[in-house]
Design a protein around this ligand. Structure first.
Ligand code: 2OB
Length: 715
């Protein structure tokens, strides 16, 4: 009771921190534990103006009470694993006490000193919230959402706690500096105040997010990671909606990453804000490029403006902008970066194949007809052959682009081949932009790599890209000597959207009874293309590359439906919009326009008698299609997937896709392993030249591929 009174006193005296908050005794909980129910935006750190309110009185939260909460946390199932996080909370609690006591003992306080006390008290209140109830609940159950027992520790809940921990580290550093210097004569508080304000706000929002996540956990107590809401006005959605995203994109942007990655992300973020303005204002490419430089300066000097611009861009997403921005490294200048930065390769050749119906004998020696995708008889598919040495059979030897004496030596056929599918959310990027890591892979693997340039969305929508990639897979195996390989070992690989395609190709090969690859190595794949909530998807509210608006843009472009993002987000005061996308355009599960015509830009092939049914038929429910969301495939299809290695990263909004998929594969007996790289963002392979962590991850991915290619590297 003592504590309740103290907190109430604090509320009354401050008048700024608990305005609409409500505190009540939790009926069912243990003695002396109070559940503080707060509305997400009502904390002091939640809205700007509150910070500046003066606070004269102060009171200290009962130390024993906080300590008792911490002890209870330590005793939870995962208390030991999270002891660094708990230790940080205790240290911050001590620091805030010392700072508060020091300033309260002074006779007269300046405005900035009053603000400091305000922030310090906000931190304490949010900490009490957190440790009192939410954190306890989450820590006690967090392990049930991991891949499997004793397996890799990783899921969206853990990721949010990782971000929280990074925030606490930063906050502790600022508070420690204040505490060390506050008694000095020449103490300049202003130096620390802005930083403290930023982190206090971020911390408050993360605490609110954890509160929302606890609700999600309650709805998925069976350990499922994905949850689809029927009722869009659910508390969880409202709470997440109430988050102030801007505070994550301002001065403290990318605080959760190691420095090397954070710096690049800052540059990309600045460019995104500037390019957003240039794109909206100008149509000419050259003027846009000039605008990019000019507006970058503007946003560099004003981080708050930048934050607002980023949040606006994400909320009012236009496919044209996303496509254009994500293709920036494909332009005339930047497209040559890989050849300047990366090692040379003897063969780097694009191959264009005219797609015609192909007849292949399957493993039962039955003749299968592989249809060409769509109904355009002149359609072609492009692929890029990369080989460190020029090898026998590679017709392209005549066109060797760069040759050192060693590389030009014609080598025998390789026993292995790697087929690669690039990422880019199905709407951007190409085999060329992915040379940034493919060239070093080709050297380290020493087998030819073919990267498929499938048609991007929205020009071609689901399932065209999958059919193209499957066609390319069959064509490569039919013409394997041209690749300089005997294909004794075949490994599929892909990152992001490309990883999804790799899995779809393997599933299709299994359905046709064709040779399946010896292994698949996926990097940060997406397996769930529905507007379902999951803890990691919450990270998209402050992700540097994959904000929520960008994800829904990719999804709708891939589905071939147009989404009025402005509409989705305008109505997002009642819901976060995730349930609204494209629902209007889906009739009985088929994607149709208002005239009820199927909207796939390129038509689906007709069913051939000797072949499995097409991926998409007019009666299918698109959103349930296993080729759209492999996570929804039935056990029979999943069990045919070859050995798989999944490389996920913890700071990724689609991390849960990897975990949930791996769990399903394991259950049906597939040889699957998951690696969750810590503190890396989605798309980390693009950062191999700037980050040691990303390079180490890339090396591990190469060794996984080597294991599937077995002795092929010795050829
Ligand atoms: C409760 C929350 C609910 C949320 C609900 C959302 C519903 C969503 C449903 C389904 C999910 C759909 C999933 C789609 C997955 C897509 C994954 C996917 O493929 O994502 C990739 C998209 C491209 C990109 C962003 C990426 C990685 C690297 C990025 C590149 C790095 C550098 C590149 C710059 C242009 C280079 C500039 C050079 C200059 C000299 C600095 C940059 C930024 C281009 C874009 C890529 C990840």
């Amino acid at each position: 009771m003592q504590n309740e009174r103290e907190l109430k006193a604090m509320e009354d005296s401050n008048g700024f921190s608990w305005q609409r908050g409500e505190m009540k005794r939790q009926e069912s909980s243990t003695d002396d534990v109070f559940l503080i129910e707060k509305q997400t935006t009502t904390t002091a750190a939640g809205s700007n103006g509150h910070f500046n309110k003066r606070c004269h009185d102060s009171c200290t939260i009962n130390q024993t009470y906080f300590q008792r909460c911490m002890d209870r946390l330590k005793a939870t199932a995962n208390g030991n694993h999270y002891s660094p996080l708990l230790q940080l909370l205790t240290q911050i609690d001590n620091l805030t006490d010392q700072i508060e006591n020091h300033f309260i003992s002074l006779d007269k306080l300046s405005d900035s000193e009053k603000s400091l006390i305000g922030y310090v008290q906000c931190i304490k209140i949010d900490m009490i919230h957190l440790v009192d109830h939410h954190l306890w609940y989450i820590l006690d159950r967090i392990h049930t959402y991991d891949c499997w027992q004793d397996g890799t520790k990783g899921n969206g809940y853990r990721s949010v706690l990782t971000v929280m921990q990074s925030c606490l580290v930063k906050m502790k550093t600022v508070l420690a500096s204040v505490q060390v210097n506050m008694k000095k004569l020449l103490f300049r508080l202003a130096k620390y105040l802005t930083e403290l304000e930023d982190f206090t706000r971020v911390f408050s929002h993360l605490a609110s997010m954890l509160q929302a996540m606890k609700q999600l956990m309650m709805l998925t107590s069976d350990g499922r990671l994905f949850h689809e809401f029927n009722n869009t006005s659910h508390d969880f959605l409202q709470q997440v909606d109430n988050l102030d995203q801007e505070c994550f994109y301002g001065r403290v942007f990318a605080f959760q990453y190691p420095d090397s990655i954070a710096n690049s992300l800052k540059v990309i973020n600045l460019m995104m804000a500037a390019y957003g303005e240039a794109f909206a204002r100008h149509n000419n490419i050259a003027v846009r490029a000039a605008g990019l430089v000019l507006y970058s300066a503007k946003y560099y000097s004003n981080p708050q403006l930048k934050a607002r611009q980023i949040v606006d861009l994400s909320k009012n997403q236009q496919i044209e902008f996303t496509k254009s921005f994500w293709q920036l490294n494909e332009n005339q200048l930047l497209r040559h970066v890989p050849s300047l930065l990366c090692n040379s390769v003897a063969v780097n050749q694009t191959i264009q194949v005219k797609m015609e119906t192909m007849n292949i004998h399957n493993t039962d020696n039955k003749l299968m007809v592989i249809p060409f995708p769509g109904n355009n008889p002149d359609a072609v598919i492009n692929m890029r052959l990369l080989s460190y040495y020029a090898r026998k059979g590679q017709e392209v030897n005549k066109l060797v682009t760069f040759m050192t004496t060693l590389q030009f030596r014609e080598m025998p056929y390789s026993k292995g081949i790697v087929i690669h599918f690039h990422g880019g959310g199905f709407i951007a990027q190409s085999s060329r932009s992915h040379e940034i890591y493919l060239r070093s892979w080709v050297r380290n693997l020493d087998v030819p790599v073919v990267s498929i340039d499938y048609t991007l969305s929205p020009e071609a929508s689901f399932p065209y890209a999958i059919e193209e990639c499957f066609y390319a897979y069959c064509w490569i195996l039919q013409h394997i000597s041209l690749m300089g390989s005997t294909a004794e070992y075949v490994c599929l690989t892909g990152d992001s959207a490309g990883a999804t395609l790799a899995v779809c190709v393997a599933m299709r090969a299994a359905e046709y009874g064709l040779r399946i690859p010896d292994g698949i190595v996926c990097s940060y794949p997406a397996f769930m293309f529905r507007n379902a909530a999951s803890p990691s998807r919450c990270l998209s509210y402050f992700d540097p590359l994959l904000q929520q608006g960008f994800l829904t843009t990719c999804l709708s472009a891939y589905l071939g439906v147009t989404v009025d993002n402005a509409h989705v987000n305008k109505s997002s005061t009642t819901s976060n919009g995730i349930d609204k996308v494209d629902n209007d355009n889906i009739v009985n599960g088929d994607i149709v326009d208002e005239n009820n015509n199927i909207q796939c830009t390129k038509d689906v092939p007709k069913n051939e008698s000797s072949s499995p049914r097409p991926i998409l038929s007019l009666t299918d429910h698109v959103l349930d299609n296993p080729y759209l969301s492999p996570l929804l495939a039935d056990d029979n299809l999943l069990s045919k997937i070859p050995p798989m290695r999944i490389n996920a990263c913890d700071l990724d909004p689609i991390l849960d896709d990897s975990i949930a998929f791996a769990r399903r594969l394991k259950r049906v007996g597939v040889d699957v392993q998951v690696r969750v790289f810590s503190e890396l963002p989605h798309g980390f392979l693009n950062f191999v030249y700037i980050s040691e962590e990303a390079t180490a991850a890339s090396d591990e991915i190469v060794s996984q591929m080597k294991s599937f290619l077995s002795d092929s590297t010795s050829s």
